[in-house]
Design a protein. Structure first.
Length: 147
C-alpha cells in the first residue's frame, strides 16, 4: 500500500531490511518528497527525519512533536504491546533545489539485538517539516512567593 502526500511531504515510502553479516543488519528506506511551487521558488529548508519501529500488536498512534523544522521527536499511544523504537535511520536538512520532486534513499546499518524467533514486523516513518512551521519552547521556571 502506498500513501501519497503532497507539498513538502513524502510519498511512495518503501522499507527494505536484511542482514549485512552475523551481527549487523540494515534498514534502507526509499521515498519521494513533493514540493509546492512556492516551496521551490523560495528554496525553503525542511527537516527530514526517518525512524524505524518494530510493530507489536496493532500499529501504535504516532504524534510528531516539533519545535520548528530542526528540533523533532515522536510521541506515541500504544495499541496493545507498544511498538519498539529501533533506530533513527537518518536525519538531515534538505531543500527543493529547483525541483518539484526529489528522490531519497537513506540507509543505516545497526545491530537489532536479541530478537524473538520467527518473523517480526518493521515499519519506517518519514517526517518532513518545513522551516516555516510553528514552534514552541518553555521559558525558564521561576519560583516566587507572591503572597
Amino acid at each position: 500500500m502506498h500513501e501519497t502526500f503532497y507539498y513538502g511531504k513524502s510519498s511512495n515510502v518503501q522499507l527494505r531490511m536484511g542482514r549485512v553479516n552475523s551481527t549487523l543488519e540494515f534498514a534502507e528506506v526509499t521515498f519521494l518528497i513533493n514540493f509546492s511551487g512556492s516551496e521551490v521558488a523560495h528554496n525553503l529548508a525542511f527537516g527530514l527525519y526517518t525512524s524505524l519501529f518494530e510493530r507489536d500488536d496493532a500499529l501504535d498512534t504516532y504524534h510528531p512533536t516539533q519545535n520548528g523544522a530542526f528540533n523533532f521527536g515522536i510521541s506515541r499511544r500504544p495499541h496493545g504491546d507498544p511498538d519498539d523504537f529501533m533506530t533513527w535511520v537518518d536525519s538531515r536538512a534538505i531543500r527543493p533545489d529547483g525541483q518539484n520532486t526529489r528522490f531519497f534513499t537513506v540507509r543505516r546499518e545497526f545491530n537489532v539485538g536479541n530478537q524473538e524467533g520467527g518473523n517480526e514486523e518493521y515499519r519506517a516513518l518519514v517526517n518532513v517539516i518545513p522551516e516555516i512551521t510553528s514552534g514552541q519552547k518553555w521559558s525558564n521556571e521561576v519560583s516566587i512567593n507572591l503572597g
